[in-house]
Design a protein around this ligand. Sequence first.
Ligand code: GDP
Ligand code: MN
Length: 381
Amino acid sequence: MDLYEYQGKELFARFGIPVSEGRLATTPDEARAAAEELGGQVVVKAQVLTGGRGKAGGIKLAASPEEAEQRAGEILGMDIRGHVVRRIWVEAASDIGKEYYLSLTFDRSEKKPLFMLTTEGGVDIEEVAERSPEKLARLHVDPLVGFQPYQARWLCFTAGIDDATEQKQVIGIVQKLYDSFVGSDAMLCEVNPLIVTPSGEVKALDSKFSVDDNALFRHPDIAEMRDPEAADPRERLAREKGVTYVKLDGDIGILGNGAGLVMSTLDVIDQVGGRPANFCDLGGGGDAEGVVAALEVITSDADVKAILFNIFGGITRGDEVARGILTALERMTIELPIVVRLDGTNAEEGRAMLTEAAPNLYVEETMLSAAERIVELAGAR
Ligand code: GDP
Ligand code: MN
């Protein structure tokens, strides 16, 4: 689950990482009131779950409450790469001396958290990694040993931060970032930029904070931060209906039962030259309710040109799944071609029920033939 900047900063503050004081606003009026309370110059920041807001015009300085109100009016409702701005964060403006970059993320290949620190902050970190990799200090933390204070010193020296008062503050922030990461079951904590003010104060000017969905049960306070309106509408629909849905960028909708089967279906589609638009995992189910819910989610995706069911009947019997599909087709009008590959318990009965049940319904016995058929049907549309 991705957090908004202001939510990430709230977590940072809890763990002792310095951030600027700010207020959340949803209207220009509220932004004005926030600026009045904060006093002085403020920065009005679009809260959307995507980066690069500055470049997109979603971050503006304001010298007075009137100006904050005006800037808020411009930013609210703005579309930043498909994310509509509904919330803004009004923060006491900082004077920037230097912009650094600090992050902690999971390096899956090493199975360890990875720190990155560079004095080349404020820009895309991918750019720094490519242009001047020697400027990027990288360090893995062994989760069993835990974070060691010398590691923060190593990061600081390697990144080339040589001012003693800066070092002291950055070392403290590195330790606290590790605490925030572990303490929140985060997948990513990124501070870009981590600034040094002209008077030498180091603080987090931005926050990108991602928490492991599977650990949210341990953090009800963070779980509550979820903004249901920010989710992809189909993901929200799927969540409500209790089916697992993942959006991809091809044109074939995939429905299967069980994560392993669904993953291999994606591979087989790829093998025969097709591209999945999404996939839905019905889990152990396959009853009419589950099938209808999954079909509703999948067909609401305009990219889908054809739908492939790949079902292996185990505890769920093939004839039950077939009944589910037929009930679903009675309840909803689907004109897209549907290929069903059904195997396992009572598969023959299931296939017999589906054969010639509808003109757009095709039954296949094997995964490969089903994949070939669906790619052909999707290609013809
Ligand atoms: P992002 O573009 O989505 O990464 O948003 P950031 O929060 O990182 O802000 C982008 C840029 O806006 C920063 O790199 C700063 O240059 C600028 N900015 C943000 N807050 C302030 C501030 O308080 N004072 C000043 N002078 N600039 C700011
Ligand atoms: Mn940033």
